[in-house]
Design a protein around this ligand. Structure first.
Ligand code: PEP
Ligand code: CO
Length: 453
């Protein structure tokens, strides 16, 4: 990867900016054009966060998942924050994902691709541009890359300097992730250690007994002379919603090996439910970068929408290029998903299908919290597996909002978090996340579904 423009294929650079001619939904209204220009120019000279070769490797891993030979685990915060980019919190999230991956791998006997909603998930689409509290109306919070959460005029201004802070926070987050996952911490022989530091609960206990079985298997392998370096380190990818052109465009660079553009802000980027318009700026821009692309599909998605997205984003039908992330809601998935899956199955495309059982299941509790019922989340996952089983297609992964911390944001789970508990341990600035225990419980459910196949 090279920062300088090296022999881009003719027209590539012009094409990248074509999004400027199209409608770009959900963009900030920056107050200061001069500082925006300075920030964009600075971003464009910063080192890439990920490398084109890693992105290509990920594409081949996702191709395996699309072919039914691997499973994708994608998870992390709804909205990362600058304040929470601490070593402890990042470690807890990585540990939680590693634990879930072990559960899934053991249940499915398949490789699990580990991917954080991390190191870039700093911008949020909103259903309303404003927020009103006690008669005062201010711009909505759009993620730390755009404005502050504090409910003051000053904090809610869209400040381009925040894009630089998002870049640097992503860089330090990714640095720690890379250290954890390649520096010995992710060694499968430490499978018990990942469970330490979390409070005791039924999901942890279940995990412990699985960890014991894994230990035995590893000792057996060692005794029979198998020494695998694969045990010591793990691949770990990062992803986020590619929402802000003023961040993604400067982070897009021409790969010196191939002369093609890569968005170096993350390995995989996705297009949200609110920005996936076929003629919109997001779809156009991401159609021109080489990264694996995800697209969220809500309950109103039509077959024609999906086929048009495939033609635009994956015209060459390249394995691993395109992932559909369905987020239908537990009550709708069994009706809304089959026609999409069947139409794609009967076409020449082979995208990866994964389930996001979070975003179609939002509720507001009587005491005013944005929440989700753990039972609904589980039910959507079950529905996802049912639909794919019936269609003969592969349910290739899950996309989860989670944290390694002991928060109370989603209702239920074996700890039976109720509405009153939300008042004690609700921390998310955006959507409610599964806590550590709920995340492990979900992983066990998915593992059972996978082993039943
Ligand atoms: C999200 O993933 O946080 C999100 C906003 O999702 P969606 O685009 O599916 O609503
Ligand atoms: Co969310």
């Amino acid at each position: 990867m090279n920062d300088k423009v090296v022999e881009a294929n003719p027209g590539v650079l012009d094409g990248l900016d074509n999004y400027l001619n199209l409608v770009g939904a959900q963009q900030p209204t920056w107050l200061d054009a001069e500082s925006l220009a300075r920030v964009k120019s600075e971003l464009s000279t910063q080192p890439p966060l990920v490398f084109a070769g890693e992105v290509d490797t990920l594409r081949s891993r996702l191709a395996a998942a699309a072919a039914g030979k691997a499973f994708l685990l994608q998870g992390g915060d709804c909205a990362e924050t600058f304040a929470d980019a601490t070593a402890d919190r990042i470690r807890n999230r990585v540990k939680t994902l590693l634990q879930m991956a072990v559960v899934l791998m053991y249940g499915s006997s398949m490789p699990v691709i580990k991917m954080g909603r991390m190191a870039g998930q700093f911008a949020k689409p909103r259903s309303s541009d404003t927020e009103t509290r006690e008669g005062v109306t201010l711009p909505a919070y759009r993620g730390d890359a755009v404005n502050g959460y504090d409910f003051t005029e000053e904090s809610r201004k869209h400040d381009p300097e925040r894009l630089l802070k998002a870049y640097h926070t992503s860089a330090s987050t990714l640095n720690l992730i890379r250290a954890f996952t390649t520096g010995g911490f992710a060694d499968l022989r430490l499978v018990h250690d990942w469970n330490k530091g979390f409070i005791d609960n039924p999901a942890n206990a279940r995990y412990e007994s699985l960890a014991k079985e894994i230990d035995r298997a590893i000792k057996f392998m060692a005794a029979s002379g198998v020494e695998s370096s694969e045990l010591r380190a793990t691949e770990f990818y990062v992803s986020h919603e590619a929402l802000l052109f003023d961040y993604e465009r400067p982070m897009t660079r021409i790969d010196s090996r191939t002369g093609t553009p890569y968005d170096t802000s993350g390995h995989m980027v996705w297009i949200g439910e609110r920005t996936r318009l076929i003629d919109g700026a997001h779809v156009d821009f991401l159609s021109r970068v080489r990264n694996p692309i995800g697209v969220k599909l809500g309950p109103n998605t039509q077959v024609d929408d999906v086929l048009a997205l495939i033609d635009k984003l994956d015209p060459n039908r390249e394995p691993g290029r395109l992932t559909f992330i369905t987020r239908m809601g537990a009550t709708k998935i069994r009706e809304a998903l089959p026609k999409l899956v069947e139409a794609v199955r009967d076409s020449d495309a082979t995208p990866l299908w994964i389930t996001d059982p979070m975003h179609g299941n939002g509720i507001t509790t009587a005491n005013g919290y944005k929440s989700r019922r753990f039972d609904d989340v589980m039910d959507e996952v079950r529905g996802f597996f049912e639909v794919h089983r019936a269609a003969g297609t592969f349910p290739g992964g899950i996309h989860i909002e989670l944290t390694g911390d002991d928060v109370a944001e989603c209702l239920g789970g074996s700890e039976q978090i109720d509405e009153a508990t939300l008042e004690e341990r609700y921390e998310s600035l955006c959507d409610p996340r599964l806590n550590h225990m709920q995340s492990l419980e979900l992983a066990f459910l998915v593992a059972e579904e996978l082993s039943d196949r």
